[in-house]
Design a binder for this molecule. Structure first.
Ligand code: HEC
Ligand code: HEC
Length: 286
């Protein structure tokens, strides 16, 4: 089935050296973090993916045993250092109102358990779909009287990782209907749009060719349940919009901006493709 779909990429195969390589990953391994938090890394695809995918899989299942192992214990997960930094920021008073995140939300565990699983989500008062980053900046500017953080800067991405970490194990469950329906549809359209000189869509790689190799990369389904991800390649936490940007650049296309309405819509749609997989961030990837 996968081999047949390679035909849709013929013009790009040479450039990308796409091949069905030998699996280096332990695809049937199970992820239990700290011997305690059970992570769903493979499950039935959500109904809206009927005809596209039967099973959804976390990017973790495509990584090598060595990389997989780094995520199984917080002492081995280099992403947790950034979570520690965010715990400090969480408790630090900033801005004209003299408040910290903790002043209103208690500890991250108390205030944020389960929250990452439903983001991006609709904010009724603002009448917009909000990513976690947008919500954090809203709290900083409107509730704390503090400066906005850069959308995918270090402070922001660390904080998103802290908020993700207290939801680990909770299945992703973003809403796709009601007031978010239009944004979701726009995200879906972007997902299937071909970009760049290579004329590839997100689906060309992550739906039609996952489990194949591009150069040395074992292609995953491009799920976002593990974000922010600690990448061994750049040894820091990576925000989801930065990853989208990198993927569009790989098609030799011009990406949308970090925090742009296009990427917010795409994030909602991609998150919904992972509904059912556990929140896993901060995860460890190549
Ligand atoms: C002065 C009180 C206050 C402070 C300080 C504050 N928040 Fe909030 N926060 C709120 C309120 C109220 C809401 C609900 C707002 C809404 O739904 O629009 C909220 C909502 C949130 C949510 C979304 C929760 C959900 O269930 O969707 C996140 C995430 C969040 N805050 C993070 C932070 C972080 C991180 C900080 C520190 C940088 C912070 N907040 C500081 C009052 C505060
Ligand atoms: C040329 C092929 C290609 C295209 C097109 C592509 N990606 Fe990727 N993407 C990759 C590779 C290679 C990786 C790293 C290995 C992996 O996780 O698949 C990756 C990783 C990802 C990840 C990280 C997954 C994880 O578990 O950490 C996400 C999310 C992602 N891509 C989303 C997208 C989106 C959204 C698009 C469309 C805008 C897209 N990609 C287009 C090749 C591609």
């Amino acid at each position: 089935m996968k081999m047949a779909s390679l035909k849709t990429m013929t013009s790009s195969v040479a450039a990308l050296a796409l091949c069905a390589g030998a699996a280096a990953a332990d695809e049937n391994a199970e992820l239990v973090i700290n011997g305690d938090i059970e992570i769903v890394t493979r499950t039935e695809a959500p109904a809206h993916l009927a005809g596209h995918l039967d099973e959804i899989r976390s990017g973790w299942t495509f990584r090598t045993r060595e990389t997989q192992a780094l995520e199984m214990d917080d002492f081995d997960n280099p992403g947790m250092i950034f979570v520690e930094k965010a715990i400090e920021a969480w408790d630090t008073v900033d801005g004209t109102e003299g408040k910290s995140c903790a002043s209103c939300h208690g500890t991250a565990e108390e205030g944020m358990a389960g929250v990452k699983a439903v983001y991006p989500k609709w904010n009724e008062a603002a009448g917009e779909v909000r990513t976690m980053e947008m919500q954090i900046n809203d709290c900083r500017t409107n509730r704390m009287g503090a400066e906005e953080w850069k959308y995918s800067g270090g402070d922001m991405t660390d904080m998103v990782a802290l908020i993700a970490s207290v939801s680990r194990g909770t299945p992703m469950n973003v809403a796709i209907d009601g007031p978010v329906a239009d944004t979701w549809a726009k995200g879906k359209e972007i997902y299937y749009t071909r970009f760049g000189q290579l004329n590839l869509s997100c689906a060309s790689c992550h739906e039609e060719n996952y489990d194949n190799y591009i150069r040395a990369d074992h292609l995953s389904q491009g799920q976002t349940n593990g974000f922010p991800t600690y990448r061994l390649k750049n040894t820091k936490l990576n925000a989801v919009h930065d990853r989208f940007k990198g993927c569009i650049r790989d098609t030799r296309g011009v990406p949308f901006g970090v925090g742009s309405p296009e990427f917010v819509a795409l994030e909602l749609y991609v998150a919904s493709r992972g509904n059912g997989l556990s929140v896993e961030g901060p995860s460890v990837r190549n």
